[in-house]
Structures are given as C-alpha cells and as structure tokens.
Design a protein around this ligand. Structure first.
Ligand code: F6R
Length: 369
C-alpha cells in the first residue's frame, strides 16, 4: 500500500504533482472562469466582500499565509490570516461583507470548525477548502472548493498542503474574476502558470538527492533555522513545522528581516540555516534583501542552504549549498519551494531513527479544542 516507498510520507511527497494536477482539473471552464464545487453564494455576494479572513491550523494555516499575499495582490481586498484557535476567542470584526476562508484538510478540525461557526453567527460568508468531501466544515460553509489530494495517511501534511495552495490560488483568482476584469491579463497568465506547476513540482522531486545529503549532514545539529521573505516566510514556517513534528528537533521559521531583532543570537558556528530565496527576476529588491540576510548569518558561522530559482548565480555565490527550483512567478513559488523542505525534514528525521508516518504525540485529525 506504500507503493514501493518506505513510508507513506515518501509516497505522498511523490504524489504531489498528480495531486495538484487533480485539484486544478476541471476547475477552469472554457471561458477561463474558475468553478467552485458548492456555492450557496451569488456572484453579487462575492462582489460585496470587502474583507477576507483566512482561518486554519498548523500546515493549513501556512497555506493561508501564502494566500494572503495572493489575494491582496490580485483583488486589492484586505486579507488577514489567523490561527483558528485565536480567531474565535478575540471578537474579530465580522459582518455580511466579510468572507471567511476556512482551510482544513480533514474538514473536522475542532478549532477551525468553531471559527466557522463563530463567523456564521456574525453573519459572515464562509468558503471552505477541504480534502474531505462531506466533512463538517464544508457542510457548514456557504461555498466549498475541495482539494483532491486523495487520502493522506502520514500524519505530517505534504500533498494536502500543496493542493491547499493550488485551491487557494483558485479562490483568489475567482475573487479577482467576479470583481471585474481589471486584472484579466494577469489572471489568465497566472492560470497558465498554475497549470504548468505540476510539471515543475515533478522536476523538484526528481532532484532531491542533494537535499537528502544535507539533511543527513544536519542531523547532529541541535537546531535548524529557516528564513524567508514575502511568500517565502510562510514556507520557512512550514519547513520548520515539518522538522519539529518529524525529527523532534528545535526548528524555527523567521521572516528574514526579523533576524536582527532577536533570532540572530541563536546562530552558532555550523548552525544550519535554510533560506527561501525569491526569484531574482522581477522582485529584485526582495532578492537583494535576502542575500543580505544570508550574509548576516554566514558572518556568524551559519551553514546556509538556499532554496532558489535555477540559474540564480548570486545566491550560489553566497550560500554553502543551493537547491534549485524551476522558474515561477513569485506568488506561486511556494508550490515548488516547500517540497525540498518536506524531504529535508523526512530525511533528517529518518537519520535520527524517528517514526516518519506516526510522530509521537500527534494525531491526523484534531477533533478536540
Ligand atoms: C502538520 C499537520 C497539521 C495540520 C493541522 C490542521 O503537518 O498536518 O498541522 O495541518 O492539524 O489540520 P486540518 O487541515 O485537517 O484542519
């Protein structure tokens, strides 16, 4: 049932190109319009939205953080992302023109469900993204888009995460579309890039040997840090979460710009720092900034592993090791850059003898608060 792989997680990492392709299939109609699965909301309801709140937990929350960048850029609607467990206890400002996007692989996470119920009590509209057809969160939502990752057995989320990103991009593009044609060119270019993503993910997966080697070399470290900017920041958080849950190792993700405000004191000689580097094309300012951050940590003895775009010579000149990913628009890059971090965590945890599919203390579906 593991299809020749040693672990379900390895199998699920390799299923990602297919899972993303399945999630996109049939969702873009002949007119280039995005199709949701169940919509108890009219186009006018979508046009009336003036604020988006994304609520989720864990890895799904990281997908939400990426989505904020996309939604605000494509739609100019303010978007906040919040941990579901915090959202419902702090009296968020919600009304009928608020769209709450609930992301949950299982569709049963109690904190997320309670956030949905709270949002509905306040008359907000709820759109959910879930991998489980007919689960509670989609049933209680006004609109649903299902991811099609198939069953994810490993406790650590991999393919579900990538399909959540794909679905979230579709939701962002849907919102952009229903609200007018201002971004039509950009939307159709991004749709083409999304459709090309599974092939690029497959390329990343073919090229994971260097990541595995680095992971084994890093297994003796007592901490691993991840840094990123823009959408690379949530990817850094996700890389750290994977490593914590699988290897039981102290791992943290930081917004690279925050290093000098505290976390840089964690760096010692040989501390592995994984940097998520944005494309040097287009967003060169962002790229320059992370190169400076790489220099800052290198100067304090860090061993820098950079996940960057293929052919990025500047990064290659500064990092100790580079993991290249195919060129992609900055906003879509997490579909590619998250993958080496999954493999890094799995391999490092394997080197430490951990149970990859069943980490201690964790359950696949968290149905208590
Ligand atoms: C981490 C992981 C968890 C889940 C979280 C939310 O690898 O799997 O952090 O992402 O428990 O679960 P869902 O998406 O089912 O609501």
């Amino acid at each position: 049932e593991k299809g020749g792989y040693d672990t379900f997680m390895a199998k699920e990492i390799h299923e990602q190109p297919q899972a993303v392709a399945d999630t996109l299939r049939g969702r873009i109609d002949e007119a280039g319009q995005i199709v949701l699965d169940e919509v108890r909301m009219s186009d006018q309801d979508f046009r009336d939205i003036d604020k988006v709140f994304i609520v989720a937990c864990g890895t799904s929350y990281h997908a939400g953080l990426v989505t904020k960048y996309a939604i605000e850029h494509w739609t100019r609607i303010p978007c906040e992302v919040e941990l579901a467990s915090e959202f419902r206890y702090r009296d968020p400002v919600l009304d009928r023109s608020t769209l709450v996007v609930a992301i949950s692989q299982s569709g049963e996470t109690m904190d997320t469900l309670m956030a949905v119920r709270h949002a509905k009590d306040q008359k907000a509209r709820v759109l959910s993204i879930s991998n489980t057809v007919g689960s509670t969160i989609p049933r209680e939502s006004d609109a649903v888009l299902y991811t099609r990752a198939g069953i994810e057995v490993a406790v650590a989320s991999t393919k579900a995460f990538l399909t959540q990103l794909a679905a979230c991009y579709l939701v962002g593009l849907h919102l952009a579309q229903v609200r007018g044609i201002k971004y039509a060119d950009e939307v159709s270019a991004i749709l083409d890039e999304l459709v090309a993503a599974p092939g690029k993910i497959a390329k990343v997966i073919e090229n994971l040997d260097p990541v595995r080697e680095m992971a084994r070399e890093s297994a003796g470290s007592d901490r691993v840090l991840f840094i990123g900017r823009h959408v690379g920041y949530p990817v850094a958080l996700e890389g750290a979460l994977k490593l914590k849950e699988l290897a039981y190792l102290h791992a943290e993700g930081f917004a690279a710009g925050e290093l000098k405000h505290g976390p840089i004191s964690l760096i010692e000689a040989g501390t592995p720092v994984i940097a998520i580097v944005p494309s040097p094309r287009g967003r060169s300012l962002l790229h320059d900034k992370i190169i400076s951050n790489i220099q800052e940590v290198k100067a304090r003895g860090a061993k820098v592993i950079a996940v960057c775009e293929e052919g990025d010579k500047i990064t290659a000149a500064h990092a100790d090791l580079v993991i290249e990913t195919p060129a992609s628009p900055t906003l879509l890059a997490p579909l590619l850059t998250a993958v080496p971090l999954q493999e890094f965590a799995a391999e490092l945890a394997t080197a430490l003898g951990r149970d990859i599919d069943q980490p201690r203390n964790l359950a696949k579906s968290v149905t208590v608060e």
